[in-house]
Design a protein around this ligand. Structure first.
Ligand code: GLU
Length: 507
């Protein structure tokens, strides 16, 4: 029987989730759904010093917003819990002890000063690896160099210790990464990593491997920054006797700055004013604020589409994919090896596409809320009409308000360029006549507005082109915008007449 696909996203709760982490979560989600598997959220909170309250809720809110909610995990339940590492300490202790008992791990009692001295020594000797490993461990204070009675004595006295993995020399460690292919490392280049810290907490490496095994994770899909740790994890699976059920690895390409120079960073994003977090966030420790894609006006569908294309490609020209389509098309072998430029302009383009393709009523719903906060009264029908008219021309929904002021207020100013070019006696005369003609109509629709204008123009033997710009500037103050008759239908007959009168007296 095929192994059930179970993947996990395993963030450390150290503050707002970076957009790179969101992409990792999305790829895990897509892979799980594509393969009828499970997507799991595990919180890796073994580093108490870096814990930032609020992170878990932030992550859940992000997933909810994007529609990529886990099947199991902290806040979601499931049969493999607890899903928070701080609640699984006993399990890690058990396996650390197992490794010690089987001679694959050892106690190390070295003080920070002794560790510093070791590094200094290795540096002076110009050793290739200036780390605690199969060579340097021989001159340190650990259960491999001390007599058993000494070790027992130290443990009894409550001497602080860590547990380190005893990495054998000259072993070839290899793994077959689904994105990078075969990765081979000689174990001489892997140090004796700490598995249990002196505070009794496991390190990331031990906890991660133990949990992936216990949670029956089939595929580990994570950022490239974890690739250097993967050989160590392979060793851990072997030493723990779990090599047969080891998950497959897939290390995702890095996200690069928009110009491709270096890793995407918050500093660069702040400098250029674009977000790198899904939601607004205020760090409770530092009070530092970060802007989020959601609050900047990005739609969730645009973000999932944009992120999916950062490092993956469908192999066709198609660019717009709903989440459902992404699930259908997603495959790990179409993930690129090289870093992906975080092209924020492309992100805006996606947003524009999704705004344009959104239902007018849906857009109006958000628009009415915005108008409420602005203290502007508006009927639902008007909001629907404004969104319908403007949606092809905006990138963000808040532009319905910023670019659509003329739907609510008569123009205060008139575009000087248009006035210079198009506001002439002929146009003024015709607008005056048009205004009078409008007064005699009862109902007022887009069609009627145009027919009335055409009748006036015919009477004077003038083409539409001679007056359209003047009419637009009189009504909106601007030189461009959506269908003018549509705007006029929203504003209504009396408002149009007033605005033309105003323009004729003011300009
Ligand atoms: N806790 C690690 C992180 O914060 C998880 C890495 C992994 O997926 O193995 O990214």
């Amino acid at each position: 029987m095929e192994k059930e696909v179970r993947v996990r996203f395993a963030p450390s709760p150290t503050g707002a989730l970076h957009i790179g982490g969101v992409r990792t979560a999305l790829y895990n989600y897509l892979f799980a759904k594509k393969n009828n598997g499970k997507f799991i959220l595990r919180i890796e909170d073994t580093d108490q010093a870096r814990f930032v309250p609020g992170t878990e809720n932030y992550i859940s809110e992000t997933f909810k917003w994007l529609g990529i909610e886990p099947d199991e995990g902290v806040n979601y339940g499931g049969d493999f819990g607890p899903y928070k590492q701080s609640e699984r300490k006993e399990l890690y202790k058990k396996y650390a002890q197992q490794l010690i008992d089987e001679g694959m791990a050892y106690y190390a009692f070295d003080t920070p000063e002794e560790l510093d001295a070791m590094r200094q020594r290795l540096k002076e000797a110009r050793a290739d690896n200036q780390v605690y490993d199969s060579l340097s461990r021989n001159s340190m204070r650990n259960s491999l160099t001390l007599m058993q009675s000494e070790v027992d004595g130290l443990l009894e006295k409550g001497m602080p210790y860590v547990i380190r993995l005893k990495v054998d020399r000259n072993q070839e460690v290899s793994l077959n990464d689904m994105i990078r292919g075969e990765v081979k490392v000689n174990s001489n280049n892997i140090d004796d990593k700490v598995l249990m810290k002196s505070d009794g907490m496991p390190t990331y490496h031990l906890a991660n491997v133990v949990d992936d095994h216990h949670m029956k994770i089939s595929h580990v899909i994570r950022g490239e920054e974890w690739l250097p740790s993967a050989p160590l994890h392979v060793l851990l699976y072997q030493y723990l006797g779990w090599a047969d059920t080891m998950p497959q690895f897939a290390h995702l390409p890095l996200l690069l700055k928009p110009d491709g120079n270096g890793k995407l960073s918050k500093r660069d994003a702040d400098k250029h004013g674009y977000p790198v977090f899904p939601l607004d966030w205020k760090d409770p420790k530092t009070n530092e604020k970060s802007i989020g894609f959601r609050e900047q006006g990005y739609l969730p569908e645009a973000i999932t589409n944009f992120l999916a294309m950062l490092g993956w490609n469908p192999g066709t020209e198609q660019e717009l994919f709903t989440l459902g389509e992404l699930i259908d098309y997603f495959s790990i072998d179409r993930i690129n090896k090289s870093g992906a430029k975080f092209d924020i302009e492309k992100g805006k383009w996606f947003n524009q596409q999704y705004v344009k393709n959104s239902d007018d009523e849906l857009l109006a719903h958000g628009f009415l809320k915005l108008l409420e906060t602005e203290g502007v009264a508006c009927t639902k029908d008007k909001a629907v009409a404004v969104c319908g008219l403007l949606k092809e021309r905006v990138t963000f929904p808040h532009e319905f308000w910023t670019s659509g002021q003329y739907f609510f207020y008569p123009p205060k100013e008139y575009d000087a360029k248009v006035i210079k070019k198009k506001w002439n006696d002929e146009a003024k005369f015709i607008l005056g006549d048009y205004k009078e003609a409008l007064k005699t109509t009862d109902t007022f629709t887009k069609e009627l507005a145009l027919n009335t204008l055409n009748t006036v123009l015919e009477k004077h033997g003038v083409g539409l082109g001679k007056v359209m710009a003047a009419l637009r500037v009189a009504i909106t103050g601007l030189g461009g915008g959506p269908d003018l008759m549509g705007i006029m239908a929203v504003l209504g007959k009396n408002e149009i007449i007033n605005r033309i009168e105003n323009a004729l007296t003011k300009i």
